[in-house]
Design a protein. Structure first.
Length: 99
């Protein structure tokens, strides 16, 4: 209980979970707007597919987080991997849009 309010320990992972999904969707839409002839577009699509696979595993792990009312170590590791990949993808999309 913080400041008279009951705080769930799963709020932070749940918010982070939603934010990661929104970021992945935003990057995917940016990749789709890249020119068809851009050779890096295919690589970025493949990379986003790989992140999608990790995100699905993360989604399943979220069930355990809710059950245990805390973020599991496996969940936190997958979040770090996704954040790292999203950062790389954002940078690459930015540079592709500049050219």
């Amino acid at each position: 209980m913080i400041d008279g309010k009951t705080v769930s320990t799963t709020d932070a992972p749940n918010d982070q979970h939603i934010q990661l999904r929104a970021e992945l969707d935003a990057i995917r839409s940016q990749i789709q707007r890249l020119p068809q002839y851009d050779p890096s577009r295919r690589d970025l699509i493949h990379m986003s597919d790989q992140v999608e696979i990790i995100w699905r595993r993360l989604d399943n792990e979220m069930i355990l987080c809710r059950r245990w009312r805390r973020a599991t170590a496996n969940y936190l590791e997958m979040v770090e991997r996704i954040e790292e990949q999203l950062k790389i993808m954002k940078r690459e999309v930015f540079w592709r849009q500049m050219h």
